[in-house]
Design a protein around this ligand. Structure first.
Ligand code: CA
Length: 208
């Protein structure tokens, strides 16, 4: 009898275990969120439409302006825009244009960046620079010209050390373009021959 009771208990236990095994499994799930952060530092890219500016042949007294201006392209994330500066690293009133004798130079135009002046054909002499177009706020001092050879352009000497010729304020999402051009005339006494030289354009991001 006792054995029978135990068998019954065993049977009950077996049924009970089987009942647990068919209970659906409970699935637990949790989520976590990953927050991404990054800081982009200020960058600036400067390119120009042409690295050469040829005046060709010049007859003293008849100014020449080359065959087109140079577009200066600046792309920057700077919150307050950028400035454009120019210099020639040549002291005194000399321009970058140096004779192949390595001694004789063509003079700078007389007006300074602080106060550009319109070219007086036949009277004005030297190498002059103008800013004739700007996507952002061309300064009024550069005159009302809109093309590289516009008679309403106002010109300056290229200084020895970098000086700002244009300020482009504010952030821009794309490329900002400023256009510059040169003019050249010399006195009748200017030594004949070939002259060449370089000027340097600098774009500087304005952070604050
Ligand atoms: Ca100069």
């Amino acid at each position: 009898m006792l054995l029978m009771v135990n068998k019954i208990k065993l049977l009950i236990l077996t049924v009970f275990v089987a009942a647990i095994s068919v209970t659906p499994t409970v699935i637990f799930a949790e989520t976590e969120t990953v927050t991404l952060t990054a800081t982009v530092n200020v960058a600036l890219a400067l390119t120009i439409s042409s690295a050469n500016y040829s005046f060709g042949s010049l007859i003293p007294g008849s100014p020449v302006k080359g065959s087109g201006g140079i577009d200066v392209f600046v792309e920057t994330s700077a919150p307050n825009g950028y400035t454009l500066a120019i210099h020639d690293s040549v002291g005194g009133t000399d321009s970058a244009l140096l004779h192949s004798d390595a001694t004789t130079r063509i003079a700078d135009f007389t007006s300074t960046i602080a106060s550009p002046s319109v070219w007086s054909s036949g009277t004005s002499k030297g190498l002059g620079l103008t800013v004739y177009s700007a996507d952002t706020s061309k300064e009024a001092k550069w005159g009302t010209g809109t093309t590289y050879n516009d008679a309403n352009n106002a010109y300056v000497a290229v200084p020895q050390t970098a000086s700002i010729i244009h300020s482009s304020a504010g952030y821009k999402a794309g490329i900002d373009t400023t256009s510059i051009a040169f003019i050249l005339d010399v006195p009748p006494s200017q030594k004949t021959g070939n002259y060449s030289g370089t000027t340097i354009i600098t774009a500087t991001a304005v952070l604050e």
